[in-house]
Unconditional design. Structure first.
Length: 256
């Protein structure tokens, strides 16, 4: 049986703080163990530092951010920008899933503007069923999981897909009480706060954090709360149908 563990799988060291940090904080407060796993090393996160330098910086940032969330942090060490949808990476995720044995997995959507994100979401869907198959062999002593974990996909970058329209979600979590802690954890990735933006700070808040706050406001407005995080529960074939977040976070979850 799965234990009281949550596994958040992102493409990069800061992804899960940005897209699901508030929900992870609430689940930690509810008594669940949290593991954040980044598939890549974050090597593409700088225009001025060498890959080795920025990887070292981002690892320290990720470990510090995880502490703020009360989480464990794992890097699978794939080179940033190079996540391939292949058997090798699937086996890495099967090993991880068996060893954590989570009740819930949170990951990227299978369509996003960044391939590292979309490939991560697709790889998770490849790995989850195989994690329960005894004859799917990986280098780990961990037993196959029993039953598929509840699996949720975060919003895509910018909340939009190729058509520029805000995507529909079937679950919104009220993170109003923990929004500042979420943004604190995300902003701990200091090397990334001004990396893709001309204006690094405004009113003391980094540009990337301001953008993330706007996303949370947008999702909150859908259910008449201050701040929210949006998810789509994976409901393919054998995945559990119950929206378990409703039970785990009473009064904090809206289904649409």
């Amino acid at each position: 049986m799965a234990n009281k563990e949550i596994l958040a799988i992102g493409g990069h060291p800061d992804d899960m703080e940005q897209f699901a940090g508030g929900t992870l904080i609430l689940l930690k407060k509810a008594g669940y163990g949290i593991t954040i796993a980044a598939l890549t090393d974050g090597a593409c996160g700088s225009h001025t530092k060498s890959p080795q330098e920025i990887v070292s910086i981002r690892l320290k940032e990720a470990e510090k951010a995880a502490k703020i969330l009360g989480a464990n942090y794992i890097s699978l060490g794939i080179r940033d920008g190079s996540i391939e949808y292949n058997l090798e990476n699937t086996k890495k995720l099967v090993k991880l899933i068996r060893e954590v044995n989570p009740e819930i997995i949170i990951t990227h959507p299978t369509e996003d503007y960044m391939t590292d994100h979309s490939h991560t979401g697709r790889l998770v869907l490849w790995a989850v069923p195989e994690a329960g198959h005894k004859n799917f062999e990986v280098e780990s002593d961990a037993r196959p999981i029993e039953g598929l974990p509840y699996t949720y996909h975060t919003d895509p970058q910018g909340l939009t897909l190729f058509d520029g329209q805000i995507v529909r979600v079937n679950t919104i979590v009220n993170i109003s009480d923990v929004i500042e802690q979420k943004l604190e954890a995300f902003a701990t990735h200091k090397s990334q706060m001004g990396f893709l933006f001309q204006s690094e700070t405004q009113g003391g808040e980094p540009a990337a954090a301001r953008k993330t706050r706007r996303w949370a406001i947008t999702r909150g407005e859908q259910v008449r709360i201050e701040y929210g995080e949006g998810f789509n529960q994976q409901l393919h074939a054998e995945y559990p149908r119950k929206n378990i977040l409703v039970e785990m976070l009473p009064g904090k979850v809206y289904t649409l």
